[in-house]
Design a protein around this ligand. Structure first.
Ligand code: FES
Length: 552
């Protein structure tokens, strides 16, 4: 049984007691919105954004190991935890002056080139000022020998859809392996479990029709083999671009939930809630007394409007967020109805993004599944047949990547996909309607108006991991660069720790406006696994056939 006593760690040189069983982020949330780091280029203040281990805004150094995500890390007694990329502290960072000095951005592609003899010096200085943390100081533990696991079916994702699917496949007598990147409590009986694992597809099934996934857990490498795979990787709350969107206090709905204190209080007093669909409704119900207003880039569903009216919360449908003000924390937000109108200023200390859920899709792209763009959510989804089978034979999906967002419908879709994987007739007619959409192509209109109304003042951060500005994307477009892959290579958008999760969907919508073509023609990033930070020696321990760079 876990020790329930508080754990004392050393945090920034001082003893700190944290509740047992809580992540570092949740433990510190008791004291207000934590700030762990500054941004990589401009040293802009940053605070936790996603709360689920996908962004790059809660990185700390633990016992000499850099870039540990505070929202995923459960501290052990005696841990030495420090913050990085800020001096003397993330709240008061001297290098924050860079943000003010380069108020319109820093052209690192063309600047710092002359005189030529000084370039090595520039590089040294820039490398010290920018980037994530410093290399590890701890001696690495020995690498575990790689393992090979063969099974009848692999299910990736242990959410409602994946768990239901794994249980159904196992009940049919097939050996089943359930894989998830997070800890999994109470997995289905008799199902093999690999938790805390990062997995990537190796080149597509060979003549033997077998899928191969390279997986790592810490510094342990594994090859997983199975003739059938069911992907249920779930989804996440999306980002939204607006001036000031990288301010501390801007967070996703998942981030807000991860920052609840022990009494269930949110990390804000008055929040602006962004969204007009089912996810926003959940947040109104959860945080109603702390919601200053509901604003949606698209339409607002009638049920939200009714609920908000009951709670006396003003609602702003089809509205642009034209600015978030405040330096160390959001203090206010400016709104303007789409199509023109009065500007409204609201005093808020947080902006909670709950306007759309997006599916995790990198594994589908890696394995070469056919994908389609859905304008209703502004995201790619795998193309599926009626049995939830993808275009890759033997590969099925369920849950959010199939458009089933609510837990009950995700679970039902997991059972249906498992039946299809078992070559049994799936009861698809019994499935609830898919609920992935929020509104038809309205986000494209939001970004059209955002671009048209830009004043050019201040920084609008399009990629928070790498501090890439909207102005840089615009400049790349004017210089003749086209398509998301080329824009990525030119600007470094999408190359940070979130691997494009929070910037690429919106960058596609922006580029569609700039390039006057549909987002699907702007393309998608070439997937280069692993998509999560992984110790290189774990990959190096795998047999040659597991070369993760060997594309399909
Ligand atoms: S808040 Fe921890 S990774 Fe996003």
């Amino acid at each position: 049984m876990a020790d329930p006593r508080p754990r004392t760690v050393e945090f920034r040189g001082r003893p700190l007691a944290l509740p047992a069983g809580a992540t570092l982020l949740a433990g510190l949330a008791e004291r207000g919105l934590p700030q762990f780091q500054r941004s990589v280029r401009y040293h802009r203040p940053r605070a936790p954004f996603c709360g689920v281990g996908h962004c790059s805004q809660c990185l700390v150094r633990v016992n000499g190991v850099p870039n540990v995500r505070a929202c995923r890390y459960e501290p052990a007694p005696g841990d030495r935890i420090t913050t990085e990329n800020a001096w003397p502290s993330p709240r008061w960072d001297l290098l924050g002056a860079l943000d003010l000095v380069f108020g319109r951005g820093l052209d690192s592609l063309h600047g710092f080139r002359r005189p030529v003899w000084a370039m090595p010096l520039y590089h040294r200085v820039i490398r010290r000022l920018a980037g994530y943390g410093a290399p590890p100081t701890a001696d690495p533990a020995p690498i575990a020998p790689p393992r090979e696991i063969r099974t009848d079916a692999i299910v990736v994702g242990a959410g409602p859809a994946g768990r239901a699917a794994a249980a159904r496949i196992r009940a049919a007598g097939r050996a089943t392996l359930l894989v998830d990147r997070s800890p999994v409590t109470a997995p289905p009986a008799d199902v093999g479990l690999l938790a805390g694992v990062t997995a990537a597809f190796l080149p597509p099934p060979g003549r033997d029709g077998e899928f191969r996934l390279a997986a790592t857990r810490g510094r342990e490498g594994m090859i997983l083999r199975a003739p059938r795979v069911l992907l249920a990787p779930g989804g996440y709350d999306a980002n939204l671009l607006f001036p000031g969107n990288d301010r501390p206090g801007v967070m996703t709905a998942e981030g807000a939930m991860a920052l609840l204190d022990r009494r269930g209080n949110p990390p804000f007093r008055r929040a602006l809630l962004v969204g007009g669909g089912a996810r926003a409704m959940e947040m109104v119900d959860r945080f109603g007394a702390h919601v200053e207003a509901v604003v949606a880039p698209t339409q607002v569903h009638g049920t939200i409007a009714e609920r908000a009216a009951e709670l006396d919360i003003p609602v702003f449908p089809r509205t642009l967020l034209t600015a978030a003000h405040g330096r160390s924390r959001v203090r206010s937000a400016l709104l303007r109805r789409r199509g023109g109108g009065e500007t409204t200023r609201l005093s808020v200390d947080a902006i909670v993004l709950a306007h759309r859920r997006l599916p995790h899709v990198p594994l589908f792209f890696q394995v070469g599944a056919r994908m389609e763009w859905r304008g209703s959510t502004g995201a790619y989804y795998p193309v599926l047949d009626d049995a939830l089978a993808t275009s890759v034979p033997g590969l099925f999906t369920a849950g959010e990547s199939a458009g089933f967002v609510a837990p009950a419908s995700a679970e039902a879709s997991g059972i249906a996909a498992a039946e299809a994987l078992l070559d049994r007739p799936a009861r698809l007619a019994d499935l609830p309607p898919r609920t992935a959409g929020e509104g038809p192509h309205e986000l494209e209109g939001y970004y059209r108006e955002l671009l048209a109304g830009r004043t050019g003042r201040g920084k609008l951060v399009a990629c928070a991991c790498e501090d890439v500005l909207l102005g840089e994307i615009d400049a790349a477009h004017r210089a003749g660069y086209r398509g998301i892959e080329v824009i990525k290579r030119y600007t470094s958008l999408g190359t940070g720790l979130c691997q494009g999760r929070y910037c690429v969907p919106d960058a596609l919508l922006l580029l569609a406006q700039l390039e006057s073509r549909p987002p699907s023609e702007v393309g998608f990033l070439t997937q280069r696994p692993p998509v999560l930070p992984t110790p290189l020696d774990a990959w190096a321990s795998l047999p040659d056939e597991a070369d993760p760079e060997a594309g399909p």
